[in-house]
Design a protein around this ligand. Structure first.
Ligand code: NHX
Ligand code: ZN
Length: 642
């Protein structure tokens, strides 16, 4: 019987049992419960008509009372005289033993049955299909794969590749290393921000060495039932050993490998078991087992120290964000798979994407290919790449969202406020673009980009960042004499920066050059609880005061900048309302008092719906942007009123 039909028959059996129970219960007419003594009295009086004896359970039957027949029930007693007396009185009697065994069984085993059923359903769901219910241990993730990925597919991170060459050489030719008696690393931890290519590198190790690649994810183990994670780790190691030389890759090792005995609540038993099994597995390799465990994490700081001890994951390799040259290389790798217009210079894109990681860049190329396909183009052009960058940064445009005039005005001033403060604060990142076309969760955005890769920031730079973030709200406050809810995200970011300044970077003299980790975050990440609560109540208060001081000061400065340069703010907001988007050239021109290039194909009349029109509901979404539209021209012909 296969598992599926087993499942079906299991259900049907259960349904039948439930039905039977209901049926047998409902059929019964209500019996009068009488004492055995009473029953005896009726019997001796000759009133009993019929009796059914269920041995060891009860006696039921009927007696005559005032010409009517009444059903009764009485407990069973071991009464040797009973049969004789019934015979004497001419009672119609019958008997059986344990007639209700089935329902008794259900009643006593029902909860267990239910439990089994729940487990059954759970197991089916968890292992992604009924076929795996009884074989957790043998997961699909543990099948070895032959990987084709090589270092040629991994652009950037040349230093990391150099470090891994040794490991690959060992996997390829272990004898050479054994002869010299060197201890070969058993485990390598690749750590770095998400998207920097840790998985890709792990695959490339296996691909370069041409050995089987076993992979599993730490989070996968934790989702399993107690004991299953550990048994899966055991199997994984066994299979890898059998296939040696081989690479085992454990993604997101922080899911199983965080500090033991930390975190809130129970239920990390399973995690610990899995972690222990992982350690046992690594310790259990004989020195000549040619299996290397590669693990990836973006939180190496929360890993259990036991994992990092010599003989385990003793090789730690940091994968940093790509620099401009590396970004160009990464873009080239991905662009190879797409059709790019011949005049595309990927260096320009690399320059425009500081702080982006490999997966972001892959995303850009992919998004631009999709955009080009949507426009029936033969090749990806610069417009698509630009749009793809914005998409990756802020999400897709939502052109159909119709704003009221009054709201649009607030958005214009809000974004102009950001842009103005950014323009007028020295050493700030350049404002690349200001837009009031909604994108992702934002109704409008001011895009700032550093001119080059940045690694550290000075205190002034951080303060300026906060100032710029508060510039939007400050503009609302000054122009409309009140603020809106929209600035919440700005305030969050500003507070976050101020918080880091005070608690991490020692930029507040009152707090001093010390680090005060947030207990909340650490607890959930599995750090020692006590570490977080090391901050005294008094220091917490000082930290809060210092954060507030930084924010208030920055707000005041932003407000001063805006008040002093009100005429530029108005000019910016006005142009923004007309054009919906301003690039850095436009901003420079406005700030220099120059005229902007006229809008091509100017709108016949004001296109945006009035509040009244929106209220009437006769507004239609704007039509899609046509292929080939230039950045500047697509603005105002977008909105149409029905
Ligand atoms: C709302 N959205 O939630 C509406 C729809 C002040 C002109 N009621 O500061 O769009 O209010 O400079 C990432 C990025 C929430 C996450 C932006 C989560 C924005 C954005 C709230 C402009 N630009 N606010 C801004 C805005 C809003 C929000 C976000 C996010 C507004 C402001 C969102
Ligand atoms: Zn804002």
């Amino acid at each position: 019987m296969n598992k599926k039909s087993f499942g079906v028959s299991f259900w049907m059996l259960l349904a039948a049992l439930v039905l039977y129970l209901n049926y047998s219960q409902s059929k019964k007419t209500p019996d009068e419960q009488i004492s055995y003594n009473m029953f005896r009295t009726y019997l001796d009086a000759g009133k009993i008509v019929a009796v059914e004896i269920v041995k060891d359970e009860f006696i039921k039957g009927s007696y005559r009372s005032e010409g009517k027949s009444v059903n009764f029930k009485t407990p069973y007693l071991d009464d040797s005289e009973l049969i004789k007396d019934m015979q004497k009185n001419g009672v119609d009697y019958s008997g059986k033993t344990g007639g209700k065994w089935l329902s008794n069984l259900i009643f006593s085993f029902g909860p267990i049955l239910l439990f089994i059923l729940a487990w059954f359903i759970f197991a089916t769901k968890m292992s992604g299909g009924s076929k795996q219910i009884f074989s957790f241990g043998k997961s699909r993730a543990q099948n070895a794969v032959k990987v084709e990925t090589t270092f040629a597919d991994v652009a950037g991170c040349d230093e990391v590749k150099d470090e891994l060459v040794e490991i690959i050489a060992f996997l390829k030719n272990p004898k050479k290393f054994e002869k010299l008696g060197g201890r070969i690393p058993k485990g390598v931890i690749l750590y770095g921000e998400p998207g920097t290519g840790k998985t890709l590198l792990a695959r490339a190790i296996a691909g370069e060495a041409n050995v089987p690649f076993f992979s599993a994810s730490g989070s996968e183990f934790v989702e399993m039932f107690v004991g299953v994670g550990a048994s899966r780790v055991r199997d994984l190691f066994q299979m890898a050993k059998a296939a040696a030389p081989a690479v085992i890759f454990v993604d997101e090792i922080d899911a199983v490998g965080r500090h033991r005995g930390a975190g809130l609540g129970g239920g990390h038993d399973e995690r610990e078991q899995t972690l222990n099994q992982l350690l046992v597995g690594m310790d259990g390799f004989e020195p000549n087992t040619n299996v290397i465990v590669v693990a990836a994490t973006n939180r190496p700081d929360i890993l259990d120290p036991a994992l990092l001890r010599p003989g385990r994951f003793d090789r730690h390799i940091h994968i940093s964000k790509p620099n401009i040259k590396e970004r160009e290389d990464i873009l080239k790798v991905h662009a190879k798979k797409c059709k790019m217009a011949p005049d595309i210079n990927l260096e320009v894109i690399a320059r425009r994407t500081p702080g982006f990681v490999g997966s972001d860049l892959a995303n850009i190329i992919n998004e631009s290919a999709l955009l080009a396909a949507r426009k029936d183009k033969d090749a990806i052009e610069l417009v698509e790449l630009e749009e793809a960058i914005d998409r990756v940064l802020a999400g897709p445009e939502k052109k159909s969202r119709v704003m009221r005039d009054s709201e649009k005005k607030i958005i214009c001033y809000h974004e102009s406020g950001h842009a103005l403060v950014a323009k007028l604060t020295p050493d700030g990142d350049t404002v690349h673009k200001v837009s009031i076309i909604p994108r992702g969760p934002a109704l409008g955005y001011t895009l700032q980009l550093p001119l080059e890769d940045r690694f550290i920031a000075s205190k002034d730079e951080l303060v300026n960042k906060i100032k710029t973030l508060l510039g939007g709200r400050a503009a609302e406050k000054i122009v409309f004499k009140q603020v809106s809810t929209g600035a919440s995200n700005d305030l969050e970011k500003a507070t976050e920066i101020a918080h880091s300044m005070v608690t991490q970077f020692g930029m507040s003299s009152r707090v001093g050059p010390a680090v005060f980790k947030d207990s909340q975050n650490s607890v959930f990440l599995g750090m020692d609880i006590s570490k977080g609560s090391r901050i005294s109540e008094k220091m917490k208060q000082i930290i809060d005061e210092e954060i507030r001081k930084i924010i208030i000061k920055a707000e005041r400065e932003a407000e001063i900048v805006i008040t002093k340069n009100r005429k530029y703010l108005d000019a910016l907001a006005q142009e923004l309302e007309k054009r919906e988007m301003l690039d850095s050239d436009d901003l420079d021109k406005i700030m220099n008092g120059e005229k902007l290039a006229p809008i091509i194909e100017p709108p016949a009349k004001k296109e945006n719906p009035s509040d009244a029109e929106i209220a009437e509901g006769n507004i239609k979404a704007s039509p899609e942007l046509k292929a080939g539209d230039e950045k500047k021209t697509h603005d105002n012909e977008q909105k149409e009123t029905a």
